[in-house]
Design a protein around this ligand. Structure first.
Ligand SMILES: [Zn+2]
Length: 505
């Protein structure tokens, strides 16, 4: 089928009506509006009845309804109901954040439900525009559309939550105003080129960093959007929240008392996304501050209401490196049993993982010792370390084994720590800490280490002298590795006592 408008479908079910093809990147609403223009129907109700068998279904600008009827009337020419909902509306980007129950209810409502219940169901229609997915369009795309085929269409990707930049023209998308939406609700099927200039919200001037932030959020939206029912990945509210909380704790925003510190967290979020609050749809960022944390607090606490996907996307882009990293973290949290998860969350919030990491990685303690020190079970400590990506098991523990005895023996001999570390395969930091914790041993080691070093210098110096008989000391001192300077600094008494003749050379 040609997407430029030829190749119309003739469907017997619709009494011989000709249907324009549905573009691959177009919303169903957009297609209905184009059909309405071509049909020359005077009234949108007529169009709606023709296509959906219902006078209002055609007017939904965001999530389509009465899809079963449409599929029947179009003989499945555009695919099944689920396909249309995911592929030709913003639904696929909202779906992941609805949870299993609501996803089922909304999907059913799109097939055959009350046309005005969906927004209410999602609990996201607090904005004055009256829809969680306001109409958006790129001015340059619309101009191109009109030039090439007289009408502009609404593009699915531009309607997704968080989408504010046209990927092709790299400009901000215009958002239709409340009055444009109310015109759409009042029985008018509108397309981008039909809106008056004052029916678009004002566009802020944005700097490069804001454009970058917008592209990052849009990238997250596209990455998590389900383009088909099979692809849909439903996040449960509680699992999602725990995943956020754990990541926030890992990033260091947990206080010692187990509470998250929203103030510094929000401060960093607002500075990372500075300027974004001026972009329509992102005004909520400005309220993210203080101990309650605005939307961040709502997403991370046991907050009863559902939050708009764009808030999730922003937090995700802030907390996680990549969608893959987030999905892995989510899976890990979602598979934890409830009791285990609660313990883990408490431990993590208290920043214990960080302390464990320090003990094991920097101080060379065994997991057992570190867990003991922090008053947690070895199993939990092991899990925390695994999740934090700390390679604790690569070196076998030292304390309490024969290797500890060997370490001590070598230290008593005054061996160099790097040599001990490499020959016994222990960390240098372990030796440092081992000595720091044992002052007596440290003194023995220091003395013995000094003596051995001194003996080596003495020998080196005597050898140099023997190899250069009769050479004046001034010249000896210029020979490589003569050892004189070290002895002069550290062992002068020996020089004076044992080599009195030296000074006259
Ligand atoms: Zn564009």
């Amino acid at each position: 089928m040609d997407e430029h408008g030829v190749g119309f479908l003739e469907l017997p079910g619709l009494g011989g009506l000709s249907l324009p093809p549905l573009r691959s990147d177009e919303t169903l609403y957009s297609w209905v509006a184009r059909y309405h223009v071509l049909s020359s129907n005077a009234c949108s109700r007529t169009t709606s009845r023709q296509l959906f068998g219902n006078p209002h279904a055609a007017l939904r600008t965001d999530f389509p309804v009465q899809l079963d009827a449409l599929v029947e009337r179009t003989a499945g020419a555009f695919g099944g109901a689920a396909h249309i909902a995911h592929e030709h509306s913003a639904f696929g980007a909202f779906a992941p954040f609805l949870g299993v129950d609501l996803f089922g209810k909304v999907s059913q409502a799109m097939r055959a439900g009350d046309s005005f219940a969906i927004g209410r169901m999602m609990g996201l229609t607090t904005s004055r525009i009256g829809t969680p997915a306001p109409l958006k369009s790129c001015a340059a795309c619309a101009d191109e559309d009109v030039r090439s085929h007289y009408v502009a269409h609404w593009r699915v990707e531009q309607q997704l939550p968080g989408a504010r930049v046209c990927p092709k023209h790299r400009v901000l998308l215009r958002v239709a105003t409340e009055s444009a939406h109310s015109r759409a609700r009042r029985q008018q099927l509108i397309l981008p080129h039909m809106l008056n200039a004052d029916e678009w919200g004002e566009l802020p001037r944005v700097c490069t960093s804001v454009m970058d932030a917008l592209q990052r959020i849009e990238f997250w939206g596209r990455a998590l959007r389900a383009k088909s029912e099979q692809e849909v990945r439903l996040f449960e509210t509680e699992d999602l929240r725990d995943t956020y909380v754990r990541q926030a704790a890992r990033e260091g925003w947990s206080g010692g008392d187990g509470r998250l510190m929203f103030r510094p967290m929000c401060h960093q979020l607002r500075s990372r996304f500075a300027g974004l609050e001026a972009v329509p749809g992102f005004e909520f960022i400005a309220a993210a501050h203080g101990v309650t944390g605005g939307f961040v607090g709502s997403l991370l606490r046991q907050y009863p209401g559902r939050q708009h996907p764009v808030k999730h996307l922003l937090l995700l882009a802030f907390l996680f490196e990549s969608p893959e990293a987030f999905l892995a973290a989510y899976d890990e949290t979602a598979t934890l049993a409830a009791a285990e998860r609660r313990t883990l969350l408490t431990e993590e919030r208290a920043g214990l993982t960080q302390q464990l990491k320090t003990l094991v990685q920097e101080q060379g303690l065994s997991v057992c010792r570190a867990a003991d020190e922090l008053g947690m079970t070895v199993t939990l400590a092991t899990k925390c370390l695994q999740r934090a990506g700390v390679a604790y098991g690569t070196r076998p523990r030292v304390v309490g084994t024969d290797r500890e005895k060997q370490v001590e023996l070598m230290l008593r001999r005054g061996d160099d720590p790097p040599l001990i570390a490499s020959s016994l395969r222990v960390r240098r930091s372990f030796i440092k800490d081992y000595l720091a914790a044992r002052p007596e041993l440290r003194e023995i080691w220091q003395n013995r280490h000094f003596e051995r070093k001194r003996d080596a210098y003495r020998l080196r110096f005597l050898t140099t002298l023997a190899e250069n008989p009769g050479v004046p000391i001034k010249k000896i001192r210029r020979l490589p590795s003569n050892g004189f300077q070290w002895l002069y600094n550290n062992d002068r008494a020996w020089l004076v006592e044992n080599l009195p003749g030296l000074w006259h050379r």
